[in-house]
Design a protein around this ligand. Structure first.
Ligand code: G3P
Length: 308
């Protein structure tokens, strides 16, 4: 968990300088109390998961990727495009991130134009790194972000794993950066060979993924590394990027992604993330708590004694 003294003091000012998330309509007397709140997106390409979350006013955006599209049933480019178009239309005017899959710059640009034509709320998701390892120009993603910015197309720089990548992407002109906090935690956990002894409340709880429709599980994502130090796995990255952006008044939004559990949602709010894109089962679980259930049952039982 982040300590309060790790949270950058200027985060509130940063949010005030950005677009209101919960604008109060003109003429309405009761101003919205959370005008500058972070936004919550659904990280899914499954329309049946998106609908109840949007109707309930829980989400105001969606992020997708090829893996999520496959999970939603896409098995051809035609079916992937059909799903993407449906989400874009349904979510308008809220932003929907659609990811580039091409690797060649000209093909990427063509694909970006195609995706952007699906609706004015489309944000083109551009992989920031990974090109060098495929023996391509390592700056392919950053150059594409710049080119799309010049074309007035909003981009979401994805697959961010360190704060310099995020800074580079913002400099290139990205509207959003997506640090994958869960994958950072997974990686650190694996490579540190963390001991998971009983009674260690800080151990990384890999098993605590929220099952679809299952009960809420609050897991601590921090862990004790082999050298005995406590590590913040993943959320630390969000905190760093927010601090860098805050220092230089960068208005690229920090879109925390790759959530594993409900505890990370709270940690990212403490870290100052501008947007949290969360899988539907975790979003559903966040609203619940075993003590809420217990309290609710007692209130309902007691209220029954008023029936005469
Ligand atoms: O938005 C990015 C996200 O979908 C990646 O999540 O769970 O595959 O690490 P995950």
């Amino acid at each position: 968990m982040l300590r309060p003294d790790q949270v950058h003091p200027g985060i509130g000012d940063r949010r005030v300088a950005m677009e209101d998330v919960n604008a109060t309509p003109k003429g309405k007397k009761l101003a919205h109390p959370a005008a500058h709140a972070p936004r919550i997106f659904a990280d899914t390409a499954t329309i049946d998961e998106i609908m109840p979350l949007k109707e309930g006013g829980i989400i105001n955006g969606v992020t997708t990727n090829p893996t999520l599209l496959k999970r939603a049933g896409a098995n051809s480019w035609a079916s992937a495009d059909k799903i993407q178009k449906e989400i874009v239309k349904y979510m308008a005017p809220y932003p929907v991130s659609l990811e580039l899959t091409e690797l060649d710059p000209e093909k990427m640009f063509k694909q970006a134009k195609k995706l952007a034509a699906f609706g004015s709320n489309v944000v083109v998701k551009v992989p920031t790194g990974g090109f060098g390892m495929m023996e391509r120009d390592p700056f392919t993603g950053l150059k594409m972000i710049r080119r799309l910015w010049q074309e007035n197309i909003r981009t979401n720089a994805t697959l961010i794993f360190n704060s310099t990548q995020a800074f580079w992407a913002a400099n290139a002109g990205a509207s959003y950066v997506s640090p994958f906090l869960g994958r950072v935690a997974d990686y650190l956990y694996k490579h540190d060979q963390v001991e998971r002894g009983p009674g260690n409340s800080l151990h990384y709880m890999e098993d605590h993924k929220v099952p679809s429709g299952g009960p809420n599980v609050v897991a601590n994502t921090a862990y004790v590394a082999n050298d005995g130090t406590r590590k913040d796995a993943g959320v630390r990255l969000i905190n760093e990027i927010v601090s860098v952006f805050n220092n230089y008044r960068i208005h690229t939004e920090v879109l925390a992604a790759s959530f594993r559990n409900a505890a990370q949602v709270m940690e990212c709010l403490l870290a100052g993330a501008d947007i949290l894109t969360v899988p539907a089962p975790i979003l559903m679980g966040v609203a619940d708590h075993p003590l809420s259930d217990e309290g609710m049952k007692a209130f309902v039982e007691d209220s029954k004694t008023f029936d005469h």
